[in-house]
Each structure stands twice: as C-alpha cells, then as structure tokens.
Design a binder for this molecule. Sequence first.
Ligand SMILES: CC(C)(COP(=O)(O)OP(=O)(O)OC[C@H]1O[C@@H](n2cnc3c(N)ncnc32)[C@H](O)[C@@H]1OP(=O)(O)O)[C@@H](O)C(=O)NCCC(=O)NCCS
Length: 263
Amino acid sequence: MISTEALLAMAGRAGDRRVEVLLRGDDAAGQRAAMEAGFQREGIRRGALDGADAVPFARLPGDPPGPVPRLLPDLPGGELTDGVVTLRPLGPADIDFYAELHTDQDVIDTSVPPEPKSAEEVRLRCTWAESYWLAGTRADMVVFDTATGAPTGIIGLFYQEPPTGQAMVGYSQHPAWRGRGYMTRAVQLLSLWVYAETGIARLIAGTNPTNTGSQRVLEKAGFHQEAYLRSRLPGPANTRTDDVQYVLLPEDVLNAISPCAPG
Ligand SMILES: CC(C)(COP(=O)(O)OP(=O)(O)OC[C@H]1O[C@@H](n2cnc3c(N)ncnc32)[C@H](O)[C@@H]1OP(=O)(O)O)[C@@H](O)C(=O)NCCC(=O)NCCS
C-alpha cells in the first residue's frame, strides 16, 4: 500500500510538475493516503489497472496542502447506533448479504433501474463503496440488528447536488426483518448524522406512489411530502413511474426527536 509519506516525497521530488498516482477502486487505504497528502481525485479511468477501472489522484505544485477536505466524513467511531439497530459502512464483507437482498422482487422493483443486479455489479458496489464515500458522492451502509449482529437491510445517502446542498436517502430491508420499526430507526440515525456532521442542507427521498410502507417510514422519521413528480423514474419494461417526493429539514429532525409541546 502506498503511504502518505511516500506520496509527499514523490510530490517533493517532482518540483514544479504535476504528480499523478493511479489507485485501485478497492484500495481505500491508498486513496485515504493520497487525500492526506493533498492529492485530488480526478474521476475514474476505465480499464487502467490490470484491465480494471482505477481512480487517478493528482497533485499540482499550487494545490493547497493536505488533507483534501471531504464532503462526507467517516462515521464517529465507525458506526451509528441507537442500541436497537447499528449502521456500518458497506464493504467487501457484505457481498453475500447485498446479493441476497437484491433477489427480493420488491427490492428489485424499487431499484433504479428496476432490474436484478449481476454478481459483478454487487461485487463492485461493495468493494468500491468506501471509495465513493471518500469521493463524497455516496455513503452506503448496512443496517444490523444490534442484539444479534445480523444484517437486516441497506441504507444509502446519495449526495446528488453538492452545489445546492441537496442529498437523497434510499433503503431496502430484507423481508425477514420488515415490520419491526428497524428502517424507521435507520433513517432517523442517518438523518441525525447528516445534519450533525455534514454540510447537507436538504435531505430528500422519493417513493413509488403505491409504496405505502416506504412512505410510512419517511413520515415516522419526520419527513414531509412536498411534490409529485410525474414520470420521474425508469419503470419496468421501458415504462416510466411517478415519484412521490419527501423532504426532511434540520428543524424536522429536532421535531421528530422531541415534538413541541402545545401552547
Ligand atoms: C419499505 C421498507 C424499507 C420498510 O422497512 P421496515 O423495516 O419494514 O419499516 P418499519 O418496520 O420501520 O415500518 C415503519 C412503518 O411502516 C409500516 N409499513 C412497513 N411496510 C409496510 C407496508 N408494506 N404497507 C403498509 N405499511 C407498512 C409499518 O407498519 C410501520 O408503521 P407503524 O409503526 O405505524 O405500524 C421495506 O418494506 C422494504 O425494504 N421494501 C422493499 C424495498 C423498498 O420499498 N424500499 C424503499 C424504496 S423508496
């Protein structure tokens, strides 16, 4: 693994030239070292390392010293928990659970696009998850039953619009764990983290108009319905589906935790 010190030494030797390092998508430790040393991420270079996609990082002489600021910080202590559910970052160890979850027809139907995932898509989703988190584009987490340590579902934050401060939450619960209030708890934990630890100003979520379960989760977590977007998402067999959109603002989080007493 490349270290921050080695990268700083490379940049020092380069004088007034640009220094670039190409890292594997699953080499999150290397990517962290690059960001520590002030190397900025520059997208994805397809098929660049042994035929696999890779992430280029570069440092120019005029760039500010590291570490490169992050839009999505690490979870405090590595997890979020309320004592009943625990959220931890998605990773390579979660491939089997992620694959099994995505064989459920309800999960497939509410995915974008609404299609089963190939084994390779599942592998990449899990092995690149930390890289996307470091990039500030998405934070995927597994929801665990705290008492047993069993994985119950997946929840993700997608930072779609950093310039306007708007991000979206999405989730799926394994059928065996539905109806216990776990996804409501997970959405609440994620929302608290978003408003306590990131610069996000608007947290949105969308559901299919018939998905009353998901709408209930959002309402119980303090979200408010704000829009009905016609033909917003790709549906099955080249159709389009409408999307009921919800929003949670920082003040809604506080109200959901401690509702205001009347008067
Ligand atoms: C939607 C989903 C995430 C809910 O997960 P969950 O862990 O069962 O949710 P919770 O137990 O926290 O349920 C919260 C509330 O929703 C209600 N609810 C859950 N599923 C429901 C359903 N299918 N129909 C009606 N209400 C439902 C629960 O009864 C509960 O309300 P209550 O406390 O007033 O009884 C889960 O059903 C799922 O993964 N579905 C398939 C994928 C999906 O729809 N993802 C969301 C895409 S927007």
